[in-house]
Design a protein around this ligand. Structure first.
Ligand code: IMP
Ligand code: MG
Length: 189
């Protein structure tokens, strides 16, 4: 392993192949994103919108790295069928609580893969007539992109591999890891 498992996580060595981004690397980059957002949105009281549940740790850290007034809201989605998911069509199982009209909205995502889900959600949000609508993604997997997404803020590019940790799950596990890692092939099955 190029980057060792941090203290207290030796028990995961059978499941984790490699740590790609340490907690320190993530925190440093999130702080930079928060500074940039604080400068760009000064005086505009932005509304950060996240999709549950993967965005939770990133959103929590990003919010605390923003040094201007900011508000937050969440949506939750579920797929109708695997076919619908492949086309990016999702059902909102929890809608936003706040109206978007006239607001400066920053959509915050954990990872953009094909971009289909995000593209569908952005169309939905745009119809509510925000004053502006931009995207901040912690991870970008450009290799899989099927649809163009304008990314205003990006944390890191990811290789075309499945990663877990810092909100990203495999069958709901690993979201709690403070770092991001590759799973061993035998775990992925
Ligand atoms: P897409 O951009 O519509 O393909 O969907 C992106 C979503 O797929 C993300 O919000 C994640 O929930 C999930 N996803 C994509 N890549 C990964 C990964 O490497 N690990 C965990 N979840 C992922
Ligand atoms: Mg997600």
């Amino acid at each position: 392993m190029t980057r060792p498992l941090p203290e207290g996580y030796a028990w995961l060595s059978d499941e984790i192949q490699e740590v790609l981004f340490s907690a320190e690397m993530l925190q440093r980059r999130v702080a930079e994103l928060g500074s940039a957002i604080s400068i760009d949105y000064a005086g505009r009281n932005p509304l950060l919108v996240g999709v549950l549940k993967g965005v939770l740790p990133f959103m929590a850290d990003l919010l605390r790295a923003i040094t201007i007034h900011v508000e937050v809201d969440f949506i939750a989605v579920s797929s109708y069928t695997p076919e619908a998911r492949e086309r990016g069509i999702v059902r909102l199982v929890k809608d936003l609580e706040m109206p978007l009209a006239g607001r400066h909205v920053l959509f915050v995502e954990d990872v953009i893969d094909t971009g289909l889900t995000l593209s569908y959600l952005l169309r939905n949000l745009r119809a509510r007539q925000p004053a502006s609508l931009e995207v901040c993604a912690l991870f970008d997997k450009p290799a899989h992109r099927l649809i163009g997404i304008p990314l205003k803020y990006k944390g890191f590019d990811l290789p075309d591999r499945f990663v877990v940790g810092y909100g990203l799950d495999y069958h709901e596990r690993y979201r709690n890891l403070p770092f991001v890692a590759l799973l061993r092939a035998q775990v992925l099955g």
